[in-house]
Design a protein around this ligand. Structure first.
Ligand code: AMP
Ligand code: MG
Length: 638
């Protein structure tokens, strides 16, 4: 199909975040959709639709809480070590589930097990340990208060008492309470049934081979998972091509048979606004907001059609997630009977200055670590639309439209992507090296989860200095002394020796500017060739320092392309987007690239001499030693 011409005035009326939310909620008036009885096994995760009153007492009768004898406390009022009182045993034994038949008359006792119902006449239970057999009876050598070792009927839950309140999210504890009073079912809100539809000619379902220029449909599965986490039943209907007729048919069918509809994609200018046109005619009042002052997330479209929410999330996976959590999830939660806002928010300190555009609500993905004063939110994957950025991120921070900068050290609210936050046992921030994976793998076998944030050596040292990470991997050459790393440590830090790795120039095999040449000749040939494109590294990385020394002030074509990892450099060269760059030898080998050695550098780990958690650092050092073989295999020497 041919794309309609892009029109510049696509978003005629851009609403602020707050205005869009208010208009959407007021048009939708989200309410629970009625209730249904659900059996105990199906209750976890559901929301109670009515208060539950206990229909019976629990326990249902007075019962013994120890193994021993049911007695009359008055019989024992004179009992002592010196003068034990002897009681005759009645001819019955009350086990759990035995209804007592005989009365405990004065001067008698009845054998009773824990949980057994108290017989008539008895008002206390004496523990078997406090008695001695005596003829065909027992001798008791201590007095007992009435009520001793008895749990009375209704003392846990009294009949008629409100057991659980409407709106309670049911978990194992609530199921236990319902079962204890004999309830096999409970009334819970019906879960909204939400249809999820991805749009785009390029989309391929996971599990299928990826053709050139194909993109896996990640939005569909992610939205389904997020819907379930927010109390909905989600149905993924797959992806529809960017074709007005096909899309219209799929949307109408999905709309008719569901309580809500969530589409993604087809909202950017290039697509000519296809999805929005399709939903415009679904029902009244229709589109409430199209274009919201969010970054990212501007193309968001919110509609209410015949009382049902219909939403088009932006195609970019991260934008889709931000806008879902920020503006869509609350409405759906209300329909599911859950509180508007989930509890999945935490406060965390921002370690770095965060800047944002005035006039737009901006989202920044963050990864959480434990700092000296609680959680720290490190911005990650800024500007990346990639869903893989979620691998590092725990959630996101929302920067209000009227804020343009947030100072370092400010506390911010983090909206979590999942219901739980688990800061890593070990936070590793600094220079990225593929060898680290082997060590972290060993650590996880020891039950320690580690998170690696690639910021470059200098960023890592700064984070370590603020005690926002446990370990900073670094490889920094000190020009004056010609040594690595140690000169960059602050007072109170030490180095755990890591490994050596050969840095060098990467090129595609057969490139005449490299083959058969030494480093100096190759570099001269590259810098003399106006067609040659390089790929640089991010500021603050040790590789960048090395490259800048090599370039000695020149800025070849490609200098401003500055990815943050060795793999990104190698991939750019392998895919012919660049001709040369600097990375470590194993990465070159993995992609079959040529390699000209530049420097054998030291990759070490900076830590505090008095770390937050010494045992974890010790485990890291042990994992490091154990990894020597694995590291050697991929080209790193300890
Ligand atoms: P669109 O809004 O359709 O122009 O999409 C914007 C970007 O998001 C494009 O790069 C799409 O390939 C990508 N995208 C759209 N839908 C999805 C999806 N379901 N999963 C992953 N990426 C998507
Ligand atoms: Mg698309």
């Amino acid at each position: 199909m041919t794309n309609p011409p892009p029109h510049q005035d696509q978003f005629l009326n851009i609403l602020s975040r707050d205005a869009a939310e208010a208009a959407f909620l007021s048009a939708l008036q989200p309410q629970p959709l009625g209730h249904e009885p659900v059996a105990l096994a199906g209750l976890p995760g559901r929301v109670l639709a009515q208060d539950i009153a206990a229909p019976v007492d629990a326990p249902p009768f007075d019962r013994a809480t120890v193994d021993g004898f049911a007695i009359r406390s008055a019989d024992l009022s004179e009992a002592s070590e010196a003068e034990p009182v002897t009681l005759r045993l009645n001819p019955e034994t009350i086990a759990c589930g035995t209804a007592p038949a005989l009365t405990v008359a004065p001067g008698t006792a009845t054998t009773i097990a824990t949980g057994g119902p108290l017989p008539r006449g008895a008002d206390a239970v004496v523990m078997i340990e406090h008695t001695e057999p005596e003829g065909d009876g027992i001798a008791v050598s201590r007095a007992l208060a009435p009520g001793s070792h008895i749990s009375f009927a209704g003392s846990d839950i009294a009949r008629g008492q409100t057991l659980l309140r409407k709106g309670t999210l049911i978990g194992a504890r609530e199921v236990a309470m319902l079962a204890a009073v004999g309830l096999a079912f409970a009334p819970v809100w019906r879960r909204p049934r939400v249809a999820v539809l991805s749009t785009g000619d390029e989309l391929v379902q996971p599990g299928q081979p990826l053709p050139p220029a194909g993109v896996y449909d990640s939005n569909g599965p992610v939205i389904v998972a997020a819907l379930r986490e927010n109390g909905c039943e989600a149905v993924h209907l797959g992806a529809v091509a960017d074709d007005a007729a096909a899309l219209s048919e799929a949307v109408r069918a999905a709309f008719a048979s569901h309580d809500a509809l969530i589409l993604s994609g087809g909202t950017s200018k290039g697509a000519g606004d296809l999805t929005t046109k399709v939903i415009a005619g679904l029902g009244a009042p229709g589109i409430i907001a199209h274009g919201v002052a969010l970054k990212p997330g501007k193309p968001l479209c919110l509609a209410v059609c015949d009382g049902k929410p219909v939403v088009v999330l932006p195609g970019f996976p991260t934008s889709a997630m931000f806008t879902f959590h920020e503006l869509v999830a609350p409405a759906l939660r209300a329909m599911a009977g859950l509180p508007l806002r989930g509890t999945a928010r935490v406060a965390a300190t921002l370690p770095l200055r965060l800047t944002s555009e005035l006039g737009r609500t901006e989202f920044a993905m963050v990864a959480l670590t434990e700092g000296p004063e609680g959680l720290v939110a490190h911005p990650v994957g800024k500007g990346s639309g990639a869903v893989t950025a979620f691998a590092q991120a725990d959630g996101f921070v929302t920067i209000p439209a009227l804020t343009d900068t947030i100072a370092p050290g400010t506390s911010a609210e983090v909206t979590l992507f999942g219901p739980h936050v688990t800061p890593p046992g070990l936070a590793i921030i600094g220079s990225h090296c593929t060898g680290l994976d082997a060590v972290v793998g060993r650590l996880s076998e020891r039950g320690i989860s580690a998170r690696i944030l690639a910021t470059g050596s200098q960023g890592g040292l700064a984070a370590l200095h603020r005690r926002e990470c446990d370990i900073a991997p670094i490889h920094l050459l000190h020009a004056e002394s010609g040594t690595y790393n140690a000169p960059f440590l602050s007072e109170g830090m030490r180095l755990i020796p890591g490994w050596r790795r050969m840095q060098g120039l990467l090129f595609r095999k057969g490139d005449a500017r490299f083959e058969g040449r030494d480093l100096g000749q190759a570099l001269a040939a590259l810098l003399a060739d106006p067609q040659a494109i390089m790929v640089n590294r991010n500021q603050g990385s040790g590789t960048r320092v090395l490259l800048d020394r090599l370039l000695n002030g020149t800025r070849p074509q490609g200098y401003w392309n500055q990815p943050a990892s060795h793999n990104a450099v190698a991939t750019a060269i392998a895919q012919n987007r660049a001709d040369w760059g600097m990375a470590i030898r194993p990465v070159a080998q993995a992609l079959g690239l040529g390699f000209l050695p530049v420097a054998d550098e030291h990759y070490d780990f900076a830590v505090w001499e008095t770390p937050r958690n010494p045992a974890t650092i010790a485990a890291f050092e042990a994992a490091l030693s154990e990894s020597a073989g694995a590291l050697a295999q991929i080209g790193f020497e300890r």
